[in-house]
Design a protein around this ligand. Structure first.
Ligand code: SAM
Length: 449
């Protein structure tokens, strides 16, 4: 382990983080999956692991701003022409100087030492670029941008792509608060009542120095603080799962009876399926469908670990799957624009060009749901009007929107430009800046006869 010139042993963190970031950028893996795969075969102290995790997430969250400074420091914009490891090492150096209050010479020194392991040329390149980065007059550059385009400025200020700012502006006048709230992360755990009780699971977590706070759902707790990463704690994905409060509300909205047959039409990785199984006390039957074989395989392993016994998993296209059931849960594939808090890469991977194809898929899955059961719970982790209220407007001929009462949330969007959704009071939305959860939309539909 090398150390900084001030004696602190932190260099491996930056090196590991640069390697993980390079993997995230060159693959379709989420930061969480990349970190999980990276640490699978290596024995690294949990403190270093936690620190690498934080670096990866904090750099990813601010990608546009860091790239902006990097482009100024490089003097050109084609970041793809540079070795991915070095580019991410540079990004980490910039993150340290601008957001971690690390004195710039110290941040540069750390990055240069790591780059030396690549080659002396790489080290002098990193040194030159980070010295340029120190001297970028960010305030002046931002002022120039603000004069040209306020949206571009807001996008840089709150670390979001412009298309996201546009969506946020359209759905709420408090869009700056929403963007800001997307930058902080709140973890929730759900007790897996199939294998533990609230009391036992909470006691076990508290013994492992996790501080929890109650939520309106008895089996769900907000994580106030922790010492070791939750994923390495005793009981993880057995006594408790990490699941956002908004996501937990979806299974509550399904309100299953223990003897019900429920089709979960887009089910992997099974967070809501396992919650439904727990609410049904492993009775009745859940048919868990997903079009991804790989996700279904992983889900099967997970459900077994969680003690779930009333689920049949099926790889099938949810627009075509047929069955007869009491209820369908359609937690649809979506833009995931509500999940950027816990999955910051979505901000840089999703493109609004994908929206039309997603809307078509969501509507086809909704149409098919109406052939499976008379009651459908439709949810997304998207904040857009189109994927939520507007989908229900378009399918007005098939579905009646029923009033949904949940202990957390607020009505949907009634007015969107010239479009009016007159059943907004019946559906539920959750927002990061209001409910301290992921952004979610939840609705209860009954099939018109
Ligand atoms: C939002 S995720 C579901 C999350 C899941 N309900 C949970 O709580 O863990 C959407 C899922 O839809 C699946 N999907 C995408 N297209 C599909 C299709 N045509 N039929 C069925 N599933 C599909 C994806 O593979 C993905 O697993």
């Amino acid at each position: 382990m090398s150390s900084r010139t001030d004696g602190s042993d932190v260099i491996p963190t930056q090196k590991l983080a640069a390697e993980v970031l390079a993997v995230v950028e060159s693959s379709s893996l989420s930061a969480k999956s990349a970190l999980r795969e990276y640490f699978e075969d290596v024995d690294i102290d949990y403190r270093v692991r936690g620190s690498v995790h934080a670096y990866v997430f904090e750099v990813l969250k601010r990608r546009n701003f860091i790239d902006f400074i990097l482009e100024k420091a490089l003097g050109f914009r084609n970041l793809k022409s540079i070795n991915p490891f070095l580019i991410n090492l540079l990004k980490i150096g910039i993150y340290e100087m601008y957001f971690k209050s690390v004195p710039p010479p110290l941040a540069t020194d750390s990055a240069v030492r790591i780059a030396k392991e690549v080659s002396p040329r790489a080290a002098s390149f990193v040194n030159a670029i980070l010295r340029n980065a120190e001297n970028v007059d960010v305030d002046e550059e931002l002022e120039k941008i603000k004069k040209r385009s306020r949206r571009k400025y807001i996008a840089l200020k709150y670390f979001h792509p412009e298309w996201y700012v546009r969506i946020a502006e359209k759905i709420t006048s408090d869009y700056e608060k929403l963007l800001m709230s997307n930058l902080s992360q709140t973890a929730y755990i759900r007790v897996n009542t199939l294998l533990s009780s609230e009391e036992k699971a909470v006691r076990r977590l508290e013994r492992q120095e996790v501080v929890l706070e109650e939520t309106p759902l008895p089996e769900v707790f907000r994580v106030v603080s922790y010492v070791k990463p939750l994923t390495i704690l005793d009981g993880y994905d057995r006594d408790f799962v990490i699941q956002d409060l908004a996501s937990c509300l979806v299974s509550i909205a399904v309100n299953p009876e223990p003897a019900d047959v429920i089709v979960d039409l887009a089910s992997a990785p099974g967070s809501k399926t396992s919650h439904l199984a727990a609410l049904m006390e492993n009775r009745g039957r859940i048919i868990a469908v997903d079009s991804s074989k790989e996700r279904i395989e992983r889900m099967k392993v997970r459900l077994k670990r969680l003690g779930v016994r009333n689920v049949e998993c099926t790889v099938y296209d949810g627009t075509k799957f047929r069955y007869l059931a009491e209820k369908v849960l359609l937690d649809a594939p979506c833009s995931s624009t509500g999940s950027v808090r816990s999955h910051p890469s979505i901000k840089w991977r999703y493109s609004p060009k994908k929206l039309q194809a997603l809307l078509k898929l969501q509507r086809n899955m909704l149409r098919n749901s109406a052939k499976i059961a008379d009651e459908v719970i439709y949810s997304t982790c998207s904040i857009t009007f189109e994927e939520n209220e507007e989908n229900l407007m378009k399918l007005n001929g098939i579905f009646e929107v029923k009033k949904l009462n949940l202990p957390v949330g607020m009505p949907g969007i009634r007015k969107y430009g010239r479009k009016v959704f007159d059943r907004a009071e019946r559906v539920v939305r959750l927002y990061p800046h209001i409910h301290n959860t992921s952004g979610f939309f939840i609705s209860r539909l009954s099939v018109k006869s």
